[in-house]
Unconditional design. Sequence first.
Length: 206
Amino acid sequence: MSDTPVPGDVLTVQVDSADSSLGWASLGARRWRCTVGAGGVREDKVEGDAATPAGSYPLRHIYFRNDRLVLPKVRLPARPIAEHDGWCDDPRSQTYNKLVRIPNDWSHEKMWREDGLYDLVVVVGYNDDPPEGEWGSAIFLHIAKDDYSSTQGCVAFRREDLLELVTLIGPETRINVHSIPASETVPAANDDDVMKQFEDFDEQDW
């Protein structure tokens, strides 16, 4: 059996333009508004640049606040977030880009947040197999702010949209983040267009 996912198993993310963090995510026939990192979408992401990494990655786990929402039926591994949960973002640590218990001697993010952005989190399998260098950490799908302002590198969605999305993804799903904004994407000419150019060609044009 081929390991190549069918189109319905690919979550595609593309920003509107190079000047905006706003974009769209699509999976099969469904489409949701989203926002990406303040540093844009980059193929050369490093720790602390607030960029969303371009490329294709698996989706690993779901973490959620069971005191704030009821998780629908999902196919990815899932567990509630606890007050002592953190995510290491220190490249010097052996626990870099991993869930850790806090307090912790290494730099980390708190997973238990009051602003609601991490009430529902999907871990993207970026730089985690194994974590290397300073290529970035804590790349998640999570809940967006009300104004869809940019993230620190994650892809964020409206709460209701992310609750729908987590029911549609599974271990076989990959996220594909485009490095080229939609405004710069030029549809390729098809064969009919090419033939039409030859039909319209006049030798006097030489």
